[in-house]
Design a protein around this ligand. Structure first.
Ligand code: NAD
Ligand code: UD1
Length: 351
């Protein structure tokens, strides 16, 4: 039997792009996703892009008997773990759901892995584990801070429990990948970010305004101590992020223990800079209005990605223009996300 990489949450935004990158690099993948924030159509499109059938299981990481069955049936040697609930606002309203799904699900997964002798894991962490950083750019050495919400705290708790696992048992080999702000989409325009319900993140909100699904963009806060008063973030192309996972997997083959890396570009852009870049590149005006600061937002957050550069040989290749072109291609070719009819897209015209 061929060695298999299990990808939890592989039908989601980052998981789908990483699944494709892994298949392209020759990995045999098995996707496990309960589709609570994704859909089956994504897998169909991945199969089209990858020119291969993809093993997909519609199931939940909280289901221990399902995990036992999966680990017995497939020769899994590595897990890339994306499955998580990720809405900050929802996490403040339903903390039990978040701790159960994210922390409980991860515990369940680790138990099943250990039981079946699988000790390599890549975990989707977040810059949120730094809390409000003392300075920017953020280095891994700063240590973790105080995340401002239950979602962030689930990420920090999972980082800590995975660190404890590595300390207790030297067979574990775990990468904590701290993503900054993933945006963009695969250049085909066939897969991209399609959150269920109302989007929370900046780019999905902005493109839904541009496509006419939302009337205007709300810009949260114009009085931050930044270049123009709006918050600054490190936006990273999702395909660059996906490639970071491939590099992390290579390192895990030869280095046991706990590893952590920032995956960002090292460049910060303000909300207004993003809006104006989008308008310049697409020629579309984005109506927006200022509103008070959003609870839990921090003024500035961008990475120092040099540790990933040194240790993984990884660095982001795609700049902001490419991120915006690819985001817009995805949104304009799929106005209703994965509910849009499947069309092989032409390249979009840019100004
Ligand atoms: P996403 O919601 O698109 O993908 C997560 C996937 O996990 C979804 O397909 C969902 O259906 C699935 N899922 C959730 N709970 C599950 C469960 N119990 N069992 C099986 N499947 C389950 O989110 P994303 O943006 O692709 O994020 C992927 C990972 O990266 C998450 O862990 C998220 O917290 C983390 N992350 C995301 C961002 C971001 O801005 N998108 C930033 C930092 C970290
Ligand atoms: C948010 C989460 C973070 C999580 C990440 C990925 C918060 C406080 N942080 O990061 O924990 O890991 O998403 O899911 O929610 N903005 C607007 N108008 C909008 C949307 C966003 O002005 O309609 C602004 C925000 O105030 C922020 C910036 O755009 O300054 C980026 O926001 P977002 O895309 O939500 O990412 P983060 O807040 O950085």
């Amino acid at each position: 039997m061929r060695k298999t990489t299990l990808i939890t949450g592989g039908a989601g935004y980052i998981g789908s792009h990483t699944s494709l990158a892994l298949i392209d690099a020759g990995h045999n993948v098995l996707v496990l996703d309960n589709l609570c924030n994704s859909c089956r159509e994504c897998i169909a499109r991945l199969e089209y892009l990858a020119h291969t059938r993809i093993d997909f299981i519609n199931g939940d990481i909280c289901d221990s008997s399902l995990l036992a069955d999966i680990f017995s049936r497939y020769d899994i040697d590595t897990v890339v773990h994306f499955a998580s609930l990720k809405s900050v606002e929802e996490s403040t309203l339903k903390p039990l759901d978040y701790y159960t799904n994210n922390v409980g699900g991860t515990l369940n997964l680790c138990r099943a892995m250990a039981h079946h002798g699988v000790f390599k894991l890549v975990f989707s962490s977040s810059a949120t584990v730094y809390g409000d950083p003392v300075q920017t750019p953020i280095l891994e050495d700063f240590g973790t801070g105080k995340p401002a919400n239950p979602y962030g705290r689930t990420k920090l708790m999972i980082e800590e429990l995975l660190t404890d696992l590595c300390n207790a048992d030297p067979r574990w080999s775990i990468a904590l990948l701290r993503y900054f702000n993933p945006i963009g989409a695969h250049e085909s325009g066939l897969i991209g970010e399609d959150p269920h319900g109302r989007p929370n993140n900046l780019l999905p909100c902005l493109t839904q305004v541009a496509i006419g699904r939302l009337p205007e963009l709300t810009v949260y806060g114009c009085d931050y101590p930044t270049v123009d008063g709006t918050c600054v973030r490190d936006y990273i192309h999702v395909v660059d992020l996906a490639n970071g996972h491939l590099k992390a997997l290579e390192v895990l083959q030869h280095h046991n223990g706990i590893h952590y890396w920032n995956l960002g570009t090292g460049i910060g852009y303000s909300v207004l800079q993003i809006i104006h870049s989008f308008e310049d590149i697409t020629g579309i005006t984005v109506p927006y209005r200022f509103a008070p600061r959003r609870l839990g937002d921090i003024a500035k957050c961008w990475a120092d990605p040099s540790k990933a550069g040194r240790e993984l040989g990884w660095r982001a290749q795609r700049g902001l223009e490419q991120m915006i072109i690819d985001t817009w291609r995805w949104q304009s070719c799929n106005p209703l996300g994965y509910q849009s009819s499947f069309e092989v897209p032409a390249l979009i015209e840019v100004k």
